[in-house]
Design a protein around this ligand. Structure first.
Ligand code: NAD
Length: 331
């Protein structure tokens, strides 16, 4: 059995990662998650056979003794680090928890791994830190998309905390030869995302005949990445990514928030014709978020040329499956 450590495996992306990793019968997964968000779709989305090869520790990644003993006792060589406070709006109303989990938590993880590597002398350890494209700030309408050369300009307490955690990985690689890699991805979507996020909010508002709240004028642009495609890239980076490198993972699907609402509204009308309404009746513009980034976009040329085996899932199919997941959850 190969033992792998995952952090944040009960979160949205973490559950998809556990679903993928646990397909391999020769792998056993240790998952640390403090359940800071409470609800999780782990039971629904990870098949029972896979669940049998996953052990979850409901604990904090700042518990360095736990991390150290898990790595030592199970001879762990691969760590996928996803645990983080991840909701931008919550980082504006209460930033401190973001620095405890995202910055100090990453430091605790990295130090526990570094101690182990130094004590055992193992040379095939790999640590993958999952981060966001929000660390690069935002783009104007005509700017070229983010690439591996983009510089850091975080604009929210959340993105600043993720930027700090990226710098831990990069500087530990330079100073200590720490075997870390960073991925920066765009907005994920898919089944099992927390109900506060934009796509579940749109679907649930339509289903409940409530108007969808859209920040500002709905012209903010996001690039949408299907969570299972993202996870397929994470596995590829873990397998063949170069230590010390950052990889940008995008979905090649730039949409204004208003266009995204339009697409989901159209899908919803085909699924629930009895509740169909005109587009103008389904949304309200609401006061914009403080410091709201205008546009994120990722140049995926380098990613696609390096990881040619990864097969992405088409956006239309992924969005349809996502709408169906949330509607079925309500039945
Ligand atoms: P999520 O909030 O759904 O899940 C994060 C998980 O981490 C939760 O289950 C939470 O309980 C756990 N956690 C938080 N602090 C912890 C701590 N101190 N100790 C142990 N567990 C802790 O987030 P997600 O959307 O699944 O994102 C996963 C990672 O991907 C995060 O690092 C996030 O910054 C990054 N990311 C997400 C997106 C996205 O669109 N969802 C985009 C870019 C990057």
């Amino acid at each position: 059995m190969q033992h792998i450590l995952v952090t944040g495996g009960l979160g949205f992306i973490g559950v998809s990662l556990l679903k993928h990793l646990s397909r391999d019968k020769s792998v056993f997964i240790h998952n640390i998650d403090n359940l800071s968000l409470g609800v999780t779709h782990f039971e629904e989305l990870v098949p029972a056979a896979g669940q049998a090869r996953i052990k979850t520790y409901v604990d904090d990644i700042n518990n360095q003794d736990l991390v150290s003993s898990l790595i030592r006792d199970n001879d762990i060589r691969q760590v996928y680090h996803l645990a983080a406070e991840s909701h931008v709006d919550r980082s504006i109303s209460g930033p401190r928890a973001f620095y405890e989990s995202n910055v100090m938590g990453t430091l605790s993880m990295v130090e526990a791994c570094r101690d182990h590597i130094e004590q055992t002398g193992i040379d095939d350890f790999r640590f993958l830190h999952v981060s966001t494209d929000e660390v690069f700030g935002d783009l104007g309408p005509e700017d070229p998309p983010f690439s591996e050369e983009s510089s850091y300009h975080p604009s929210s307490p959340y993105s600043a905390s993720k930027a700090a955690s990226d710098f831990i990985i990069k500087s530990w690689h330079r100073t200590f030869g720490f075997p870390g890699m960073v991925t920066n991805c765009s907005n994920n979507f898919g089944p099992g995302q927390n109900a506060e996020k934009l796509i579940p909010t749109i679907i649930n508002s339509l289903a409940e005949n409530r108007r969808i709240p859209i920040y500002g004028t709905g012209q903010n642009i996001r690039d949408w990445l299907f969570v299972d495609t993202h996870v397929a890239y994470l596995e590829a980076v873990m397998a063949i990514g170069k230590l010390g490198q950052s990889y940008l993972i995008g979905g090649d699907m730039e949409l204004t928030n208003l266009d995204l609402v339009k697409q989901i509204h159209r899908l919803f009308n085909t699924r629930r014709p009895d509740q169909a309404k005109d587009f103008e009746e389904v949304f309200d513009f609401v006061t914009d978020r403080k410091g709201h980034d205008r546009r994120y976009a990722i140049d995926t040329t380098a990613l696609k040329s390096r990881f040619t085996d990864v097969q992405g899932i088409a956006f239309d199919t992924a969005l349809r499956d996502t709408v169906d997941f949330y509607l079925k959850a309500r039945d």
